[in-house]
Design a protein around this ligand. Structure first.
Ligand code: GTP
Length: 346
């Protein structure tokens, strides 16, 4: 049997990986897809935010897939293969591995291309990197992970181009072409792209004569791939142990005013250090949970989900930031909750 193609879906925090996955998985011919989601932070939320009822969704929670759980990735894939061969789960036509937003995809690629047990069964097809058109340039300038994610891509999907100016998008495309002249660049607003363009798109390890692999800009213009000159000497995440995920929970429903106040104060005071905010909120007066997403200064409109993913009705928020102490975040949230308590249900 031919090895099952694996697509690695990577991209910096908040760049739209889960949104893309949700859209793609809704397509009827995606039914035979197994999804492996790796999360950063003690509260796993991503698999709750992937709304499709996909039988083969697996969450790897033991850490960032790129460094600590290479073994887990191999074990998970092998177990998928065995269970599928035994008929316990349906046939698997493709696998998507969604990395954390801070992952360096190199180790995953190495595992998928070099592990002797794995490679007869699974084959790396593509590395798809989402890049936020609003925050992408700043992230590339500041975070080596963001640069490495672009450098590893066979396909770069520009997200949030609906929120960015034309000039901004054009400049970002140039940055991408400079970092990775071989990657195909496409726009995908809120995951709006045909699945075959993502999964049958440019292969990560193409044949020598695959025209898609040829550089979009001449190699003569290319700068070193791993770290572009403008990023050299900048702070690297790996050298700063202060980026961490803080998890906040609230047992009782929170009023919309309290949530707005907290989000507003967080963004006005600490946007530069707020790498990512996401959560499921039990908003007073709403039967359904509300998903909240933020990336630096950009807080996306709240989105009501169809239903709670499980019996847990608590508000769960994950804040990934630099020097954002857990105690301060908790205090500010509680202050907002006390300033605008939720009204008792009549
Ligand atoms: N306007 C707009 N919003 C988008 C687009 N793509 C994603 N978003 C929003 O951006 C926010 C973050 O998207 P996610 O899909 O959760 O991002 P992610 O890459 O999975 O985030 P992490 O799990 O933190 O790495 C959500 O509020 C999305 O609705 C887009 O193209 N346009």
């Amino acid at each position: 049997m031919a090895p099952v193609p694996v697509t690695v879906l990577t991209g910096f925090l908040g760049s739209g990986k889960t949104t893309l996955l949700n859209r793609l998985l809704a397509a009827p011919d995606m039914a035979e897809t197994a999804v492996i989601i790796n999360e950063f932070g003690a509260i796993a939320l991503d698999h709750l935010l992937v709304e499709q009822a996909i039988e083969n969704t697996i969450t790897l929670q033991s850490g960032c897939v790129c460094c600590t759980i290479r073994g887990d990735l191999v074990d998970t894939l092998l177990s998928l293969h065995e269970r599928s061969a035994r008929g316990e789960i349906p046939r698997i036509a493709r696998v998507v591995v969604e990395t954390t937003g801070l992952a360096e995809p190199g180790a995953i690629i190495q595992t998928l291309t070099e592990d002797r047990v794995l490679t007869p069964l699974f084959r790396l097809h593509g590395v798809v990197t989402t890049l936020d058109a609003v925050n992408g340039a700043a992230q590339l300038a500041r975070y080596a992970e963001a640069v490495k994610q672009i450098a590893a891509a066979s396909l770069v999907l520009l997200t949030k181009t609906d929120l960015a100016g034309e000039g901004e998008v054009a400049a970002l495309k140039e940055d991408v072409a400079r970092l990775n002249p071989t990657a195909l660049i496409e726009a995908a607003v809120s995951g709006d792209i045909a699945p075959d363009r993502v999964f049958d798109g440019p292969a990560w390890e193409p044949g020598d004569h695959d025209p898609q692999w040829l550089p979009a800009t001449p190699f003569g213009n290319a700068r070193p791939v791993a770290v572009a000159p403008s990023h050299r000497g900048r702070m690297r995440y790996r050298d700063t142990p202060t980026v961490e995920a803080v998890c906040l929970t609230l047992d009782d429903p929170v009023s919309p005013e309290a949530l707005s106040l907290w989000l507003f104060s967080l963004v006005s005071l600490r946007a530069a250090d707020l790498l990512r905010l996401k959560g499921l909120v039990n908003l007073a007066g709403h039967g359904q949970p509300v998903a909240v997403h933020g990336v630096q200064h950009l807080i996306h409109p709240l989105r009501e989900l169809a239903d709670w993913p499980d019996d847990d009705r608590r508000t769960r928020l994950v804040v990934i930031g630099r020097d954002l102490p857990a105690a301060g975040l908790r205090e500010s949230l509680m202050a907002a909750v006390h300033a605008h308590p939720a009204r008792e249900a009549a």
